[in-house]
Design a protein around this ligand. Structure first.
Ligand code: SF4
Length: 244
């Protein structure tokens, strides 16, 4: 089976626990304002690889993954667009080496593949762009309803979930919006961790390289203080929701 990849790196530390083989898949239907890899959007771009080629790149590093508590992480682009490929790769990693699998996604959902993919996923990193549906459409070009459903389905299946939210001042840090995120997280029973990040200002340059103008060209990333405040608001809303 073949898939299309944007990049792959055998030893990455920032995409789940431990050291990880990190694949960024080609193809995405969203157009997030803060996207740092617009070059991954075209489904027909990137490089074609087989499952066996990837497995042979993973194998030499197995000891590093085991000793660090790591594994394999698939990001996008949007992994769901190549769901059969991801499912087969995760299955092979499980059956050959019991390798821990992480799916790092905005949760774009294709109903036929959602459950089969989640059942071979050991950890979901769910990128919640924003909670309000209309704002989500403005920020990414798509509704978030099927994405929230994707995360809720993962929780039903029992997949542990890390929720990542990128702060874009003036766009994704509204206090009511952050509270809504916390209230939603409180009913995700497999929720484990909240990750709050600033957007990467290099996104503006990446869009320019493709002849595009980033919607964030006149913005500035959030400060650590702004991130901490956002995290506190979400955490407080989670705690309050769990008490009622
Ligand atoms: S989902 Fe990821 S790859 Fe797709 S546009 Fe958003 S940030 Fe970029």
């Amino acid at each position: 089976m073949k898939g299309r990849i944007f990049t792959c790196n055998p030893l990455v530390q920032t995409v789940g626990p431990g050291l990880r083989f990190h694949i960024v898949l080609q193809g995405c239907t969203l157009t997030c304002h803060h996207c740092t890899i617009p070059g991954s959007w075209n489904y027909f771009g990137g490089t074609e690889v087989t499952i066996d080629e990837l497995l042979s790149q993973i194998e030499p590093h197995l000891e590093s993954y085991r000793s660090s508590g790591g594994g394999i992480t698939i990001s996008g682009g949007e992994p769901m667009l190549q769901a059969p490929f991801v499912i087969e790769l995760f299955k092979q990693c499980h059956s050959r080496w019991s390798l821990h699998t992480v799916l790092d996604t905005a949760g774009f959902s294709l109903l036929d593949f959602t459950k089969p993919l989640l059942t071979v996923t050991d950890l979901l990193i769910f990128n919640l762009k924003t909670f309000d549906e209309q704002k989500h459409i403005e920020l990414t070009g798509h509704s978030n309803q099927s994405m929230l459903y994707f995360a809720e389905t993962a929780a039903e299946i029992g997949v542990p979930i890390h929720v990542k939210h990128v702060i874009i001042p003036g766009l994704t840090d509204d206090e009511n919006e952050l509270r809504s995120i916390g209230q939603w997280i409180a009913q995700i029973r497999t929720f484990e961790k909240l990750i709050i990040e600033s957007y990467d200002p290099n996104c503006v340059m990446r869009w320019n390289e493709l002849g595009l103008i980033s919607p964030l060209h006149a913005h500035h990333p959030s400060s650590p203080k702004q991130n901490a405040l956002a995290e506190q608001i979400i955490q407080d809303a989670i705690n309050q929701s769990l008490q009622t």
